[in-house]
Design a protein around this ligand. Structure first.
Ligand SMILES: Cc1cc2nc3c(=O)[nH]c(=O)nc-3n(C[C@H](O)[C@H](O)[C@H](O)COP(=O)(O)OP(=O)(O)OC[C@H]3O[C@@H](n4cnc5c(N)ncnc54)[C@H](O)[C@@H]3O)c2cc1C
Length: 463
């Protein structure tokens, strides 16, 4: 991408009207700030506007409209396909918006758009409270919530969006509006699943629930060759577990972490990670039959601080590695799905590549389908094939493992979660939402962003 030449007057006007930093190509911090979590994405925005509040967001948006460049919006920077950066346009970096306020009496929390999952947990857990979010603490709260938000509390308390009370949004026209069940209810519906299509959310208000601070959680591991047998046991066992328990089955090689004895490092395993969002003694009882399936190779499922459990996967997905991901939902773990799952595990040929299968259902499936813009709430499981390397070396082979895995499971897919899509085209986005939700989202887009200013996302073009 060549050097961008902005209209000098527009740049000068913005500089006078902006409190945060404006970072241009060539500035000392530019290369650091243009990076996103996925190291395989290498883009060069024409300007990085590090916003300090709503006023800066409005000024940067006005600049983007005036100069006509593309607009990228960044929360935590964890979009797999790199939607929170761009070549040549304006990047609104919201990372400085870190305000969090917990009201322990009303059991609510307000969090600004630059907050990461671990930062919110830290504040809410100070009062023994939490709201459902994701499984890696350095993920951005904003992008995760706007797509739905699945994680360890979801079967008990629903998706992140099911716990949203209100949002403050700067629209494409630069207007600040609040959206909730009572105000701009159409926007509130669309924000809950429709991603960043309708405006820039500056602040979220969530409901909180008593969680931990100690929970019965973490992984139990068996040798990978027992995968098919374990998955058959697991699918029967989960038909009868309480909503407090959320689990994921993970195929991978044991990572070389200091918390794991070295003799286990690199062993291919099938892992069930559990989190019981209730009393520790109850969790121990509920999980006991799983541990009795067969003597585990390694059993790390014990009482643990909830915040430690939330951070468990952080070292497996560090910033800067190269990642490629494909994902889809399945209705159930049929015999065919189990056999594919086991075969794809055995085909892993890298210590960094892995895939979780999250168990959905519970509270997620009890929220009426049309009350939010989230896609299919009836799916039983979501597959998430993640190929990873530390840099370009070996990346094509891991990407091929992901593609082969996805092709194998595709005939059994029942839907997809938008936050797990890569750049897969409009038909795939439409099918992730379902036709009627997608139509309604297109109408809403016409109302709030008719020019598709916010198109660097899982885009819903206006009708
Ligand atoms: C390591 C890792 C673990 C993950 N784990 C989970 C998980 O457990 N559960 C889950 O549900 N998802 C998970 N995801 C997927 C995650 O939800 C998405 O990648 C999400 O987009 C990340 O949000 P972000 O703010 O970090 O991303 P960003 O890349 O900053 O943004 C993603 C998209 O949201 C838009 N956006 C960001 N902030 C705003 C805002 N304030 N207003 C409007 N639009 C905005 C961006 O423009 C972009 O289109 C994970 C992703 C990664 C990389």
């Amino acid at each position: 991408m060549g050097t961008i030449t902005w209209d000098t007057n527009a740049v000068n006007d913005l500089a006078l009207d902006f409190r945060g930093d404006l970072v241009h190509p060539g500035d000392a911090s530019y290369d650091e700030l243009r990076r996103v979590w996925n190291g395989s994405i290498d883009r060069r925005p024409g300007l990085i506007a590090r916003c300090t509040g709503v006023a800066d967001i409005r000024s940067a948006l006005a600049f983007a409209r005036r100069t006509g460049g593309p607009v990228a919006v960044r929360g935590g920077g964890h979009s797999f396909p790199g939607h929170s950066t761009c070549d040549g346009g304006v990047l609104l970096d919201l990372a400085l918006l870190k305000g969090i306020r917990v009201d322990p009496v009303r059991r609510t929390a307000r969090a600004q758009a630059g907050v990461l999952l671990g930062e919110l947990d830290r504040e809410t857990q100070a009062f023994g409270l939490a709201t459902p979010s994701g499984i890696v603490t350095h993920t951005g709260l904003a992008g995760l919530t706007l797509g739905g938000g699945i994680g360890w509390l979801m079967r008990k308390y629903g998706l992140s969006i099911d716990n949203l009370i209100s949002v403050d949004v700067v629209t494409a026209e630069g207007e600040l509006v609040t959206a909730s069940e009572d105000a701009n209810a159409d926007l509130f519906w669309g924000i809950r699943g429709g991603g960043g299509n309708f405006g820039i959310v500056t602040e979220f208000e969530f409901r909180l629930h008593p969680v931990g601070p100690i929970v019965y959680a973490r992984p139990v591991m068996w040798p990978m060759e027992r995968s098919a047998e374990l998955l058959r046991f697991y699918r029967d066992w989960i038909t009868d577990i309480p909503d407090e328990l959320t689990t994921a089955v993970i195929h991978r090689w044991i990572p070389a972490l200091p918390t794991i004895p070295t003799e286990f490092h690199g062993r291919p395993v099938v892992v069930i990670v559990a989190c019981y969002a209730g009393a520790v003694e109850d969790g121990e009882q509920v999980i006991a039959p799983l541990k009795a399936f067969a003597p585990p190779l390694l059993d790390l499922c014990l009482p643990k601080p909830f915040v430690a459990h939330q951070a468990m996967f952080d070292p497996s997905f560090p910033h800067g590695w190269w990642y490629y991901m494909r994902a889809c939902d399945v209705a159930e773990l049929s015999d065919e799905v189990v056999d594919i799952a086991a075969a794809r595990g055995l085909a892993i040929n890298s210590p960094l590549t892995s895939y979780p299968i999250f168990h959905l259902g519970g509270a997620i499936s009890r929220v009426p389908a049309d009350s939010t813009a989230f896609g299919d709430r009836s799916s039983g499981h979501t597959f998430n094939f993640v190929g990873a390397t530390t840099g370009p070396d070996g990346f094509p082979a891991e990407r091929e493992w992901v593609r082969d895995s996805w092709r194998a499971i595709e005939p059994h897919q029942s839907g997809a979660y938008v936050n797990f899509l890569t750049d897969e085209g409009e038909d795939r986005i439409r099918s992730a939402y379902g036709a009627s939700t997608y139509d309604k989202l297109q109408d809403l887009k016409r109302k709030y962003d008719p020019d598709n200013l916010f198109h660097l996302n899982q885009n819903i073009p206006p009708h």
